[in-house]
Every structure is written in C-alpha cells, then in structure tokens.
Write a protein of this length. Structure first.
Lengths: 299, 732
C-alpha cells in the first residue's frame, strides 16, 4: 500500500523532508519525481499551479514536489493500474491525512489541533481544505469562503444568519473564523478568545469596562442575552425586550408589570416600557455605566 | 499582464480577470435595511481585483487584493512573503452599519458630544407648560404635549443614522512554517458615525437621540512560537486600548429651558410636575485598556498521546474621570440634595479607578489506547476578579431630575468558572465510532444570588460510514445544574441599607438557576451515484427551569435541515437547501405595585412561539466555453406569536397577546449571465431583487410623538429593491 515518506507522516516540517530528499537518491528512496507525476496528471498540476502549493516558492520549502504530500510514487508510476498503489491522500485514515498537512502546518492556528473538537469527531484537514482545487481566495477551502465551508455542516447556524438581526456574515464582512478557530482551541465552541465575553470585547471594546456600575449577568456572559449567529429581535437579543429583561427582573412597579397588546405603540395604554427600545429607552447603559447616578444603568 | 521582464526583473505579475461593474439601484423606500452592511448604491465598482506577483527566484510573492473598490464596504489587502522565511500582510477593511434613514431629529449638534435645541423653542415649551400647569394641570397629558411638539416635529430636520468601521491590520510573521517563528500583529479600528441611543429625563419624557460615535481601538499582539515534532510552546503579549472621542453626551430637554427640581420631577411633564433639568448628560463608554500575556504548550508523549495547555493573565483597567451626579444646577441644598450635585467636587471619588484581572488556565490530555479506544481529559478554569474598591454614594440623581437620598454602593463582580471533563471514544468498527463524554461545569460567584452551582453534562455521540455512500451522525446531551441556594436579597447588594425585598422571592434568574436540559442532533448524508447528494438533519434543545416560579421557565428549540444537490458534471449544478426551526419560550411574572404582590391573581405568563424558515434554491450552468449562468433564490421568514394569559380578578385583570412577535420576511432572487467574448474580454449582467417586510410588535404604531416618548422613528423597515448590474471583464 501507499506509505508516506519517512518522517512525513509524523510532524517533520517540509524543510526536513527537503533535506532527506537531498540526502537520498530519488530512485533509491522510491520517489518518482514531479515530472513523472505531471506526465499523467497534467490537469492536477495545472490546478495546483494556481495555488500556494503550486507556486515557485513551494520548491524552496520542499524539493519533492507532488511527493511532498503524496509520498514516494515510484511504485505507482511503475504500475499505474494497480489501485492499491494509488498515492491518494483520501485513502489514509483521518489522522494520517492531517499528519500529512501538519508536516508543515503544525503551528499557529493549528497549534491545538490534537485533542480538538473537530479532530475528535474524525475530521481531517481535507474535510475542509482542497490542495488541488480550492474554491476560496484564501486558505484553500472547498467552499468559496470560510463561512460557506462551516455552513456545509452547521446548517442550523446558516439559517440563523438569515435572521433580520445579524452580524455582517452573509455580507462577507466577517466570517465564522473571526470568532472560531476550526483547527481547535482550548476554549469551548472553539472560540479564539479565553471566553465568550473576551471574544465579543475584541470588536465591541466599548463594552469592556470595567465599569463603576456593572450588570453581573452581562459581565458573566454576553450569551445570556444575545444570540450571536442571528436573531429576529433587535440587537441579536435572544428574546425581545422588555420580556428578555423580565426573565430576570420581577421587581415592584414597572419591572414586574405585564406589557401586552394594549400597551403597544398604538394601544390604548401605550407604554414607553414596551415600544421602540422598550427597557432600553431609559436603561441605555445596560452593559455598564460610569455615571455616579446610574445604579440602574440609565446614565 | 506580464510585469518586469520575465524573471529578469524583481517581480512577475499576474492580474486575474478583473471586472468593472455599473450598478443601478431602484428601491421603493429609503429603508436603511437594504444596505445595512453593504454598499449597493448606483454607480461604479470593481468587485474583485487580484494581482499576484512572483519574485525572480520564485521565492518571493507580492499579492494585492481589492474588493468593492470605490465603495463604503471596500477591502484592500497587500501580502508580501519570502517563502519559508517571513511574511508581511496589510489589510484595510470598511464595514458600514446603517441603522435607519430619515429620522426626525429636533436637536442640532453644536459640539462633539452636545445636542442642542433652539433656546427659544425650549423657552416657549416651558412657558406653555407653566401656563397650563397653573390653569389646569390635569390636562398636561399626551394630547397637550403632542400638540405642543407637533409643529416642532414637522419642521425638524431629517438625519440618516449610521456608523462605519474602518479596520487596518498589519501582520508580520518571521519564520513562517519553521520550527521557531515570531509574529507581530497590529490592529487599529476607527468607528465613526451615529447610532440610536436611549436618553430619558424621566418616566414620561423619554428622548431617543443619537450617540456620536468616535471610537478607536488599537490592539497589538506579539507572539513567539516553537513548534517541534513532539512539542511546542507559544509565548505572547497582548494589549488593547479603547479611546472614545466623546466621554459624555449632553442633550437639551425639549420641555425645559431652565433647571429646576422637585421630588416628582422624574415623572414630568405631567400633572404632578413640570420640573426637571434643561439639559441631560450621560456618561458614554469610557476609555479602557486590557493588557496581558499568554502561554500555550503542547507535548506528544511516546505513546502517541498529546497534552495541551494554555495559561493567560489579563488585566482590564478603566480610570475615566467621573461626571458629577447631575447636570441639573437646581439640585443642591435648596433642591433636596445634601450638596450641589452638579459639582464634581462633591463626589466620593473623582475617577472610576476600576480594574479587573482575568486568569485563564486550561489543559487537556488525550490519545489512543488499545486497538480501538481513545480517551481525553479536559480541565479549564476562568477566573474573573474585579478588585476595584466598593464606592459608597450617599444618593443619586434620577434622570437629572431629582435627588434620591438612598445610599448606594458599587458591586464589583467576581466569579470563577471551572470545567472538568473526560471523553471516551470507541471505534466500534473501522467505519463506526461512539463517544461518551462527561463534563462538570462549576460556577463560584461573589455578590450574586447563587454563589455556587454545579452542572453535570453527559453526552453520547455516534458517527458511522458503515453503509456505503451514507454518513450518519447522532448525538444526545443532557445537563443538570444544581445550586447551593438562591439568595434573592443579593439583588439588593448595591443598597447601603437594603430595605424589604422588592423582587419576587420565587424569581430565579435563569443564568444562575437550577435547570435540566436535553439536546440532540441527528444527521444523515446520502450520496447517490456520482451526481446526487442529500442531507437530512434535525437538532434541538430543551431547557427546563423547574425550580423557578417566576422568570424564564422553559426554552425549547427544534431545527430540521435538508439539503439536496445535483451535479451531473462540471457544466451544471442544482442545489436546494432549507431549514425550519420552531422555538418556544415560556416565562412567568407577577405584577406588583409599591410592595411585592403575594396574590397569585396578579400572575401573568407568556408563551412565545417563533417559527423560522430559511430556504434557498440555485442553478449554475455552463452552456459552452463562452456562456454561463447562475440563478439563486433565497427566502426566509419568521412568524412569531405571544400568547399572554393573566387570571381574572387580579392586576392585570385581562391580558391580550399579539401575533407579530417579530414577523419578518425576506425574499432575495439573483440571476447572472456571463459571456466570454475572447480570452481577454468578457461581459455580463446580474440582477438582484429583494423584498423585505417586517411587522414587529415593538415597532407597532411607533411614530413621533408617542406617550412619554420622543423617538427617532427612522426608516429601517420594509423595502423592495431591484439592482441591475452590467460589467466588463478584462484579462489584461
């Protein structure tokens, strides 16, 4: 069967593979050489030329060409019809597929791949990436964008982004990868920051504080009130105000009052506690306030 | 296009085919929604330009990318790299965020954080109120105020409300793809514009105004990494600063020209009072900074197991100068306060002096054992400690209207979340795997209703490719959160002398409350022959807060997803996808007057139901080497309903629900036809049609003026838009 080059199915960087290739004559090591590959797989080579792995700079990292990833192909070249000798990455186990890529790509965003959620569910690099025929401008993805790539599995999240209140995901201004690292992180849901709130603060720095007057539930998790993937309600609220607030606040007077159809903007008992921004009409500093007179987060 | 001289010069450039596009927009209303995060106005743009350069030796690359050139949503990128040595990446991205058009706005911006109303208008309104108060104060209600403001609203100016994010990012990688690498990144974001802001002078005088946005965020990260065959270490420093060009916002009271106060002023204007502040002032988001370091490590044992660890420490700091208690100069010793509340010298502290430390530790160990098993252990601790001192205020000013002599004390939050878990994987067969995991999530809090809670989460999942061309995935998860007790009095921790409880003792804040939940996910992917793929999936989750008498009681959501694609060859692709979700939320409350009601007849309950659909259909076709077309339709709809009930005899006595708990529909159709004239020239057309409607209870009947509220009432609602685009594509 097909076997990767020594040191290649493990974590050796490509530069190491280059050194091995230089030290061992091609025929003796079982390598056929890129020209032999292109002789039959011209269309693959043509596709590859348009990708980072096909650019001339790649040869500075590895002189093995196609066999940098596919391993020695001499046996396959000599018996091209023997299916068992096809050097197809797809034939390998998920772990070996990923190990092939991690021969070079083991640091940076891939640092925590091992024990990561996607790795644990049996995914490999080529579940999402295509070396030969990527559709994306960046990251060589199988879909046109990082977001579309994620949506190919996370279809419920795709539907969420079509709700009226949404981050600019479907407009292409941010992608799933702005908040999540699909290669694996040490945090739940593979977010890139240490916590959900730290993630949100990276763009919404004005809400970071710390404030003189804090809203404890806000400080603990933005997700207590917001659905980041999309919502039918203002500002990505999980439930619309004022009812969202009333899921935690049942104080005397207006916080515990019922707001029903008669209190809507055109209702007989129209109330500024329900229409427009509801509670936030007054409690505008809901994320925290620095005003001495704002224990109720209204200043 | 070939630049340089074919390898003799420094770079050889290749320009991907570039299109120059003319857009023609026809929109039936001036709703901001169509261009909420994008710029599709009539005019020229270059949707995408990609220029790739390669150095003479093939080891250097210089790439330039531009998207949506000449537009508010443009993005530019420049990448330079020496293969395997270093890389430099520079990008600039603009993100528009349009909130609403044609808002009616009585105020004029006279300084950065200052909105004024003509003094004569304020004086006239105050005089009218004073006269009416003297003649018959009971008539100072909505009709009177509406008549008073109507001519001013009619002549008010119209403004569009939006802001723009401009993001610049610089990344420098040294040692790219090498064992030892360094990375420095610099991120700067400027946010400018306006966004809606709630500003009130009292319970009956809500002003919705705009917040002037002048935010700057600067973040730097420096990172060094060693990634070897069996291990790796990353060390890094991160710093982020936020600067707000407007530390406060002042706005004039439409009804008052001169500061005044009385105990009932926070309900003015009305039959009880016409007093209050001539100008309101709020504290806007304070300047703040966050600095910290992080360490990542991983190690591969000889057994093939991996251990990963991460530690980070961050300090968040904020020391903005505090505003005085109020902008109302009448609130002093003669106006019910123990001192001049408009003088910052009377504050107990002059600056916020807030700081919080976040300590994050996490680790996991995992690997394979035996022939078919894998095991992973996980630990994580996230510790947030706000060490700021608790500050006592002898009272506060409500809405800049009147002094409230109730002592308050700040409540700096502190909590620690700990996760401990393990996951066992079993390869039942080479193509079928099972996983069982357990996780215990523990919260330790200070100064909240629940000081300690434990949640045990069990999950079982299975993946199988045992059937040819079929992939099956399923998982079931259940969680049980128990608490060590619920202390409602913690809600009064910000009072220096808490009185009787003013909240329902049976209320359980859902983020802390005891709960049980179940979540499940099942999906099946089918591949029929070479051309057909079909996916059917369902997932859902149900949360029950059985110990909660009031507040959120249950929350349930179910999704059904399907996807079908037919790709008979390289020339054609047909696809269909869709999701339907149904969410039900149930909550209960009890209405009280001045004291906490104990009467069950004062109860009310709401059952929210939201059904959401999101469907898409597309067909891409290449007819020949020259002609190709793309057609896509998307439709999404939400249909929400609020069923409200209150038993008769109490307060409220009768409750009426509504069926527009955010009913929203969006239909988007796009068609594109592309023709390649010759290898250098092509052209084409595309057409986009969108129809958006929204029927929301929260906007129902909203206009200027409404009882107790002067609103922006901007246009961000229904629209029907047709966008026609023609382009020429050139290969230079």
């Amino acid at each position: 069967g097909f076997a990767l080059a020594p040191g290649h199915s493990t974590e050796a960087p490509a530069a190491q593979a280059t050194a091995q290739a230089a030290a061992v004559p091609a025929a003796a090591s079982g390598y056929a050489g890129t020209e032999a590959c292109v002789g039959c797989h011209g269309d693959q080579a043509e596709h590859l030329e348009k990708t980072p792995h096909g650019r001339a700079g790649f040869s500075k990292l590895s002189s093995l060409g196609c066999e940098s990833c596919h391993g020695p192909g001499n046996a396959h070249a000599e018996a091209p019809d023997d299916v068992a000798l096809y050097p197809r990455i797809e034939k390998l186990s998920a772990a070996k597929q990923s190990a092939t890529c991690q021969g070079c790509h083991s640091g940076g965003k891939q640092f925590f791949w091992h024990n990561g959620r996607h790795q644990a569910r049996g995914l490999s690099c080529i579940s999402c990436h295509s070396v030969h025929s990527p559709k994306s401008e960046r990251a060589q993805l199988k879909q046109a964008s990082a977001t579309e790539q994620c949506f190919s599995c996370h279809k419920d999240v795709r539907a969420e982004t079509w709700k009226t209140s949404h981050h600019p995901i479907r407009e292409g201004k941010i992608s799933c990868a702005d908040c999540h690292n699909p290669h694996g992180t040490e945090t739940p849901k593979m977010i890139t920051a240490a916590s959900v709130n730290d993630q949100c603060y990276s763009c919404h720095t004005e809400k970071r504080g710390p404030f003189l007057w804090e809203h404890p539930a806000v400080r603990e998790s933005c997700l207590n009130c917001h659905s980041p993937h999309g919502s039918n309600h203002l500002k990505l609220q999980k439930t619309s105000v004022p009812y969202l607030c009333q899921q935690c606040h049942a104080n005397t007077r207006h916080p515990g009052s019922l707001y029903d159809a008669t209190t809507l903007g055109d209702g007989a008992r129209a109330s500024n506690r329900i229409f427009n921004r509801a509670c936030l009409d007054c409690h505008s500093a809901i994320h925290g306030s620095n005003h001495p007179s704002s224990p109720y987060l209204g200043r | 296009a070939e630049g340089g001289d074919s390898g003799q010069g420094p770079f050889t450039f290749h320009l991907d085919p570039v299109a120059i596009e003319w857009l023609e927009l026809d929109q039936d209303t001036n709703s901001s929604k169509f261009e909420e995060y994008r710029d599709l106005d009539s005019g020229l743009r270059i949707p995408l330009l990609v220029l790739k350069g390669v150095g003479a030796n093939g080891d250097r690359t210089l790439d330039f990318t531009a998207e949506n050139v000449w537009r508010d949503d443009a993005r530019l990128g420049l990448d330079y790299a020496l293969a395997g040595k270093y890389g430099l990446s520079l990008s600039y991205d603009k993100i528009p965020h349009r909130f609403g058009n044609d808002a009616k706005f009585l105020w004029n911006r006279t300084a950065s954080g200052r909105f004024e109303i003509d003094d004569a208008v304020q004086r006239a309104n105050q005089a009218a109120l004073t006269a009416q108060f003297a003649a018959n104060r009971t008539l100072i209600a909505f009709p009177f105020l509406n008549n008073l403001l109507a001519p001013q609203i009619a002549s008010a100016r119209s403004i569009d409300i939006s802001l723009e994010r401009e993001r610049t990012r610089l990344d420098f990688d040294l040692g790219t793809l090498q064992g030892l690498s360094w990375d420095v990144s610099l991120f700067h974001e400027k946010r400018t514009g306006l966004r809606p802001f709630g500003a009130a002078f009292g319970f009956s005088n809500v002003n919705e105004i705009v917040e002037p946005i002048d935010y700057a965020t600067t973040e730097t990260t420096t990172r060094g990494e060693w990634a070897g065959k069996s291990g790796g270490v990353t060390l890094g420093l991160r710093s982020s600063t936020f600067d707000n060009g407007n530390s406060s916002l002042s706005w004039d009271n439409p009804f008052r020209a001169v500061d005044s106060t009385d105990p009932g002023a926070s309900s003015a204007p009305g039959s009880g009072s016409i007093n209050g502040s001539a100008t309101g002032r709020v504290a806007l988001a304070p300047d703040n900074r966050s600095t910290g370091f992080f360490v990542d490590g991983r190690w591969r044992f000889t057994s093939g197991w991996w251990a990963n660890a991460n530690a980070s420490k961050t300090r968040m700091r904020q020391d903005e100068a505090l505003l005085p208690y109020t902008s109302n100069s009448a609130i002093n010793t003669r106006g019910g306060a123990p001192f001049d509340a408009s003088d910052p010298a009377n504050l107990p502290i002059r600056n916020a002096d807030r700081k919080a430390d976040v300590t994050n530790l996490s680790a996991n160990v995992g690997g394979r054992f035996g022939e078919d098993f894998g095991l992973t252990f996980r630990f994580r601790s996230y510790d947030y400690q706000d060490d700021s001192r608790r500050v006592i205020f002898p009272g506060y000013v409500r809405f800049d209207s009147n002094w409230v002599s109730t002592g308050r004390i700040t409540v700096p939050p502190a909590f620690k979340r700990t996760d401990l878990g393990t996951e066992l994987n079993w390869d039942v067969t080479p193509s079928t795997g099972l996983a069982l995991s357990w996780n215990r999530q523990t919260w330790d809090r200070e100064l909240r209703e629940v000081e300690k809670s434990d949640e045990d989460i069990w999950k079982i999942s299975a993946d199988s490719r045992a059937i040819k061309n079929v992939t099956l995935r399923a998982s079931y998860e259940t969680g049980d959160r128990s608490i060590d007790g619920y202390h409602p009095e913690a809600a009064e921790d910000s009072f220096t002398n808490p009185g009787p409880l003013v909240t329902q003792p049976g209320l359980r804040k859902f983020d802390e409350a005891a709960r049980q939940y179940d979540a499940w996910r099942v999906s099946a992917d089918f591949l029929f022959g070479e051309a057909w793929t079909f996916t059917l999936a369902t997932n859902g989750r149900q949360d029950d807060y059985d110990q909660s008498q009031f507040g959120l009681i249950s929350d349930e959501v179910r999704f059904v997803n399907l996807e079908l694609s037919y790709v008979p060859g390289a020339a054609s692709e047909v696809y269909l996808f869709g999701t339907r979700s149904d969410r039900s939320t149930f909550q209960r409350g009890r209405q009280s007057g001045a004291t906490v009601s104990v009467n069950p007849l004062d109860n009310w309950q709401i059952d929210f139901d939201e059904v959401n659909d999101a469907w898409g259909l597309g067909w891409n076709r290449r007819y020949s080497e020259r002609w190709k077309s793309e057609v896509e339709g998307r439709w999404s709809k939400s249909d929400g309903e609020a069923e409200i009930f209150s038993p008769p005899g109490g307060t409220p006595d009768l409750a009426i629900g509504f069926d527009n708990y955010e009913d929203i529909e969006l239909l988007a159709l796009k068609a594109k036809l592309d023709f390649t004239l010759n290898p250098r020239v092509g052209f084409g057309f595309w057409y986009l049609y969108e129809d958006y409607t929204i029927d929301s209870f929260i906007r129902q009947g909203v206009r200027n003026y409404l009882p107790g509220a002067l609103l922006l009432n901007a246009n961000d609602g229904d629209y029907r838009a047709s966008l026609f685009a023609a382009y020429v594509r050139l290969s230079l």
